[in-house]
Design a protein around this ligand. Structure first.
Ligand code: B4P
Length: 193
């Protein structure tokens, strides 16, 4: 059966990670989160993790090559999955082109880009709350949160136009309870899988 591949997309704090875990389980998708992979490198104290942690704690994006390499290393391990769910990747147009190439080489494509839409004040509220619970350094400082949102608008949002031109752009209301948003996303995935 052909794999159907999804991007879950949206500003920091829009709920990509929260929803991805649940969706991957429900639809047997291979969940790949570059944020989780980078935090695992930091937690393991690797050289790469040490280099990346200062970039991430400022709310900047790590270099494209780093995340592209991480994803490339994972795209062959599909283990009878129905498709990929890329979470927090791609974050630049260059990453998007690299992902398309990787998938094309394997006879696949990006089938759908699910974009969680959440207003600015709600994003800040969620991230400040998460800072209290998780202690993530990039959530603690309101100035870093603002920078992450600015970086998203400047470097990541242009991917929306790129995907719109390919006819795979699918906006989703990202405000509501986690279960409500899960139901909205599930309906969209069900139609395509
Ligand atoms: P990520 O790990 O991708 O995380 P994120 O954008 O901060 O959050 P996400 O949208 O997943 O939010 P979540 O579900 O957790 O990136 C972290 C950093 O890693 C980046 O800033 C960058 O430095 C680096 N990085 C990662 N990928 C990269 C790439 N490809 N290229 C370059 N750099 C990269 O939700 C947030 C909070 O909201 C949680 O506490 C959650 O419980 C809560 N929440 C979720 N849904 C809610 C709802 N419906 N209502 C209320 N609260 C909700």
């Amino acid at each position: 059966m052909a794999m159907v591949n999804f991007l879950i997309f949206g500003p920091p704090g829009s709920g990509k990670g929260t929803q991805s875990v649940k969706l991957a389980e429900k639809f047997n998708l291979m969940h790949l989160s570059t944020g989780d992979m980078l935090r695992a490198e930091i937690a393991a104290g690797t050289d790469l993790g040490k280099k990346m942690s200062s970039i991430m704690s400022k709310g900047e994006l790590v270099p494209d090559e780093v995340v592209i390499e991480m994803i490339a290393a994972m795209t062959d391990s599909t283990k009878n999955k129905a498709g990929f769910l890329f979470d927090g990747f791609p974050r630049t147009v260059a990453q998007t082109e690299a992902l398309e190439n990787m998938l094309n080489e394997r006879g696949m494509k990006i089938d759908c880009m699910l974009v969680l839409e959440v207003d600015h004040d709600e994003l800040v509220k969620r991230l400040m709350l998460r800072a209290e619970l998780s202690g993530r350094p990039d959530d603690k400082d309101p100035a870093v949160i603002e920078n992450r949102i600015d970086v998203y608008r400047e470097k990541t949002e242009p991917i929306i136009d790129y995907c719109r031109q390919r006819g795979i752009y699918q906006p989703v209301d990202g405000v509501g309870t986690i279960d409500e948003i899960f139901a909205r996303l599930s309906n969209l995935i069900k139609e395509r899988i």
